[in-house]
Design a protein around this ligand. Structure first.
Ligand code: AHR
Length: 502
């Protein structure tokens, strides 16, 4: 058995021509052309000049395509102008390949979403600001309930045909919910059995008992009814070495008949690491792919996952290792990075801490504690879990761009939000109510120190700590004990500082 299908054929262009090649030029040169090429960040062909993605804005329902600049990176300034003063969701991610396998918000499947007619939700367009190629652009931030799909594709592998795929994702933004996938899935949105999926998956996989102690995430193959790290129904030791690169490239290729390969790499540096190259699990050979494409969900439209997506492609045919290596070099050349200078400031994308200023509690920080919002002491000696729980990622206000929302560092997709009069840290469910309950407008701290934050839809209510818990409180006159005027100006003033989580 050989894993080198297509691997003995050299690139069909000269080296001189390959220098400026992008991922799908590289795969084409190695006779495994892309049949899907998706990115909100950049073109995946040197000569692609079409749209990358489509937005829909909340204020008037208008849609707008976002295209590329002359150097192939997304023209994100168009997005900023179009979405100014309102919010936008990503409604379509265009396929740059000639197959036109565009991804749209999933219409649901075995599991329905909370959108209209059971569809999933679209990703918030400005939730993931990054730097790529020296430009300020946006990735796709998937929270539970969001997902994209195309059930009627062209050219994608079916019924045991060979294929390959990769995605640039995140090693810090993930969860253990099913299933942060990119790749081949069922056309019905239903679980139709072993081998009917072939998608690369990035998650903290809790499905195998021996994976539960792994420190971080893994890169797996979702082959349906199982996330496979290798041909066994158990955790692969290589899962334990991935660490937490902020930008992670994850790779799967499958010859459709006997074998599959999993690799990963830091998307900012370094070479590909092979996790597994060997036979398919029992019951999965040959494969029975159906050819739909999914992003951020499982084959049956399970949508409990969280993750980040920056670019990804699928090929017809089993790519060579040389092609994969060249594509990884193209990814590294992007220079994926966070927006610069984003620590301890109230700028979307920044990570921060919020320290109390009341005399009782100046060593206490606003934190997530199992879904409740609390203040507790945090020091450099605190446990990593506590430090992450006391770290917040600033997002554009989910209901108002001019304000901010606080996403939990340890619980991606969960936001500080009002629920039954108290503040809690709960998944953003995409509803209008959830947006406004999670949006706070910033002003100078009421006691002259730091900042205070009022609810966008109830400007008299401010984030306040009171006896260790965190509320949205009036300055007197409210019906609750936490609305008392005593210590109010101190209790609603917080120092925005550097994040506790590394
Ligand atoms: O294989 C894991 C998941 O199981 C699939 O993505 C989904 O279709 C099923 O629930």
């Amino acid at each position: 058995m050989s894993l080198m299908i297509g691997g003995l054929i050299g690139p069909s262009v000269t080296h001189a021509k390959t220098v400026n090649q992008k991922p799908c030029d590289i795969y084409a040169a190695w006779n495994t052309p892309c049949v899907a090429a998706h990115s909100t960040v950049r073109s995946l062909y040197a000569n692609y000049s079409g749209p990358l993605y489509q937005l829909k804005r909340a204020s008037d329902g208008a849609v707008r395509n976002i295209g590329v600049l002359a150097d192939g990176y997304a023209n994100a300034a168009t997005q900023d102008a179009f979405c100014a003063g309102t919010t936008c969701v990503i409604t379509k991610i265009y396929d740059q390949s000639p197959k036109h396998n565009d991804l749209t918000i999933s219409l649901g499947g075995r599991y329905k979403g909370t959108g209209s007619d059971g569809s999933d939700l679209g990703a918030v367009a400005d939730a993931l600001p990054i730097t790529a190629g020296g430009h300020q652009v946006y990735g796709v931030s998937i929270s539970p309930g969001m997902g994209y799909r195309n059930n009627r594709t062209s050219g994608v592998a079916v019924r045991g045909k060979p294929e390959g795929m990769y995605m640039v994702s995140s090693g810090t933004h993930f969860n253990s919910g099913c299933c942060f996938d990119y790749g081949n899935a069922e056309t019905s949105g239903m679980d139709t059995g072993a081998g009917h999926m072939d998608a690369v998956n990035v998650t903290k996989d809790l499905s195998w008992v021996d994976c539960r102690n792994a420190p971080g995430l893994g890169v797996q193959a979702d082959l349906e009814n199982g996330l496979f790290h290798w041909n066994k129904r158990s955790c692969h030791p290589a899962t334990n070495v991935i660490g937490a690169p902020p930008f992670l490239s994850a790779w799967l290729k499958n010859n459709g008949q006997t074998s599959f390969v999993l690799k990963w790499a830091d998307a900012r540096s370094g070479k590909l690491n092979t996790i597994y190259a060997g036979v398919l699990p029992a019951g999965y050979a040959p494969m029975h792919q159906e050819g739909a494409i999914i992003l951020g969900i499982g084959g049956d439209n399970s949508h409990a996952s969280a993750g980040s997506f920056f670019e990804g492609a699928m090929t017809a045919g089993f790519p060579t290792d040389s092609a994969d290596n060249a594509v990884q070099s193209s990814i590294v050349a992007v220079g994926y990075g966070a927006r610069t200078g984003l620590s301890g400031v109230l700028t979307p994308g920044a990570e921060i801490s919020l320290r109390a200023t009341t005399a009782c509690c100046t060593g206490d920080y606003v934190r997530n504690q199992n879904g409740a919002a609390m203040i507790t002491p945090i020091t450099s000696n605190s446990a990593e879990q506590d430090k992450g729980d006391a770290t917040w990622i600033i997002r554009h206000g989910l209901a108002d761009n001019a304000c901010v929302s606080f996403e939990s560092r340890n619980n991606p997709g969960a936001f500080l939000q009002l629920q039954n009069s108290v503040l809690r840290v709960q998944p953003f469910d995409g509803t209008t109510q959830s947006r406004s309950d999670a949006t706070f407008c910033t002003q100078v701290g009421k006691n002259g120190r730091g900042s205070s934050f009022n609810l966008v839809n109830d400007p008299k209510k401010y984030i306040r700590h009171y006896y260790g818990k965190v509320y949205a409180a009036n300055d007197g006159g409210g019906k609750n004990s936490w609305d008392t005027t005593a210590h109010w100006i101190d209790d609603v003033s917080f120092i925005v500082g550097p994040p506790w989580a590394p």
